[in-house]
Write a protein that binds this ligand. Structure first.
Ligand code: BDR
Ligand code: CA
Length: 326
């Protein structure tokens, strides 16, 4: 396969992670070189099981490497089974047996090995807590030069948080790792709640996709999204009206394939690691020079997605999932 985007997908599947995975697998321009798993929506062991399962039922043989299971510094929390189900996929009633097994390397080593063997070619799309990226940076300090770019679903600049008034879940789950990632010096784009809260994806889209393919992979996705949409519908009146959900993680891939659908702002981003603001992504706008420590000029810029063409993203998701990929 000679697709333009070579990708490693760092993920905690998770329903919107599954949506993102299938969008990427369906997209002709994405060449998925490997999946690395992390804790977050589920335990890291369950995330690995789900990544192996989702790829196997979609008839894809992709290396899956298990990553870290706890935050870098703070204590771990119980996974949010009320959002993604206890199994991360909306409590599937049965699973087909699959015999795929994980790559023996830890995720951080896998990332470093792949980056060294494809220098300057790989985009790392990370849609969970960022511990694997932080661990990979510790293993290989030149990782920012070895990767083409990093796209993170996480954080927020202006939109309120989804686990505290200021924190988005992926950053909240490992703020120390996230701060390392935001200060590492790679080409980094943040796809945060500023845009993911603008894109509400209706369950009916996944129903059309499942009816079209008549395949276990898209049936599984429809089941999972239905569960997830019930959680969002119970909390947001405008989502309940259309029985839908936020697309969160899939937006990171749509940014990769259709960047023209997003408007970005550049600035230094740091993460609050403790206290009431823990997990907040703070962005220094370009025009103000702050004298306080932590905002010096050596801190690299991040590009933050601030606006999105929501209708075009939904259309892009549907037309891609409807392609002949299964
Ligand atoms: C992020 O948190 C997780 O629950 C989702 O999978 C997504 O990555 C949204 O805040
Ligand atoms: Ca996720």
């Amino acid at each position: 396969m000679n697709a333009p985007f070579k990708v490693i997908f760092d993920t905690d599947p998770g329903v919107d992670d599954a949506m993102a995975l299938y969008y990427a697998l369906a997209h002709p321009n994405v060449d998925m070189l490997g999946i690395t798993t992390t804790f977050g929506n589920v335990t890291v062991e369950q995330a690995t099981t789900n990544a192996l399962y989702l790829t196997a039922i979609a008839n894809q043989k992709i290396a899956v490497s298990q990553g870290i299971g706890t935050p870098w510094v703070k204590p771990g929390e119980a996974p949010p089974d009320f959002i993604h189900g206890a199994d991360g996929l909306g409590n599937l009633r049965i699973r087909q047996s699959v015999n795929a097994v994980a790559d023996p390397r830890p995720a951080a080593q896998f990332i470093v090995d792949m980056a060294r063997s494809h220098p300057g070619e790989i985009t790392l799309v990370a849609v969970g807590p960022l511990g694997n990226l932080a661990a990979a940076l510790k293993l290989e300090p030149h990782l920012p030069q070895l990767l083409k770019e990093v796209i993170v679903m996480g954080g927020t600049v202006s939109e309120p948080g989804n686990v505290s008034p200021v924190a988005e879940a992926n950053i909240w789950n490992d703020p120390h790792a996230a701060d390392l990632v935001f200060t590492a010096g790679w080409k980094l784009t943040m796809v945060g709640l500023d845009v993911t809260h603008r894109v509400i994806v209706p369950v009916s889209l996944f129903k059309r996709v499942a009816d079209h393919h008549q395949h276990i992979a898209t049936d599984t996705l429809l089941h999972a999204v239905n569960f997830y949409a019930t959680f969002y519908g119970d909390r947001h009146a405008e989502i309940a009206k259309i029985h839908g959900c936020f697309g969160h993680d899939v937006l990171a891939f749509i940014y990769l394939t259709r960047p023209e659908l997003f408007q970005l702002e550049e600035g230094r981003i740091r993460v609050a690691t403790d206290g009431l603001a823990q997990g907040q992504t703070l962005m220094r706008r370009k025009d103000i020079d702050y004298p306080q420590a932590g905002w010096e000029s050596h801190i690299p810029d991040t590009s933050a997605c601030m606006q999105v063409d929501a209708a075009a993203c939904t259309q892009e998701l549907e037309s891609t999932l409807l392609r002949a990929w299964l």
